[in-house]
Design a protein around this ligand. Sequence first.
Ligand SMILES: [Zn+2]
Length: 295
Amino acid sequence: MEHAIGLDIGGSKIAGAAFDEKGRELAQIARPIPDSYEDFLETCRVVVWQLEQAHGQADSIGVCAPYADANVCANLPFLVGKNLRRDLEILFSRSVPFGNDANCAALAEALEGAGKNHRAVFGLIMGTGVGGGFVLNGQVWAGTNGLCGEIGHMALPYYEESDGERVPCGCGQTGCIEKLIAGAALARLYQTLTGREADAKQIAEQARRGDADALRVLDRYYTIVAKAMIAVLHSFDPDIITVSGGLNSLPGLYEEVPKRWGRYAVCKNPATKFVPATFGATAGVRGAALLGKNG
Ligand SMILES: [Zn+2]
């Protein structure tokens, strides 16, 4: 049987999953990330070995990692200066393509999820952070520098003071989209407009119950998200934007944002679809497996 393995290197664990040729998940395994590079490679080997023991040798292996450059990861200092991709290719005696988590998630959505049967798919992640990946004709376009889809670190188009304070971003800039639409920004907007505190989840719950303050905050917030989507529409002009991350189930998100983006887009009625992603936390490992298949 043909099958593909994906490895997802997270902040605290290595997850591995095997998928059959129809994209059905055969098995999933997770192991904590060890403290040294040698043990890290050994953990990757064991995860793949266990999946292959159960399902036979995989036709391909792909890796999803939280960074564009396989050699730099602030969370895993022992990777600095190492050539992880080369070492995994030696370990598994085959080519092992890498993708960052946004690109892997976008690929999973484009080939097997909400973006299926669309040529240009932008996989947006909106949660604690904001980012995205771009898939064109079934292939991830990571970009020359691996920067493609990093919309979280672009300035918000058509910014007004009522969009919230432009606070400094971890990337070194001020005014980044991530700092104006991520979960913390929604909570800050709520506090500014109501004088009370609530996190994104509580705001969503209140809005579902019809709370006027929460609805007013979301009304303002969706205009900010619509402006942020102009960065996507004007740069990528995708057929569809699939939304994953902790903010992807806010009430009204999929109706309200497209309703507003025509105000800012150069064309007045963009036809781009704006829909929830199909896969949640497993999108990365699924996309990694697809990356291996296509790579
Ligand atoms: Zn930034």
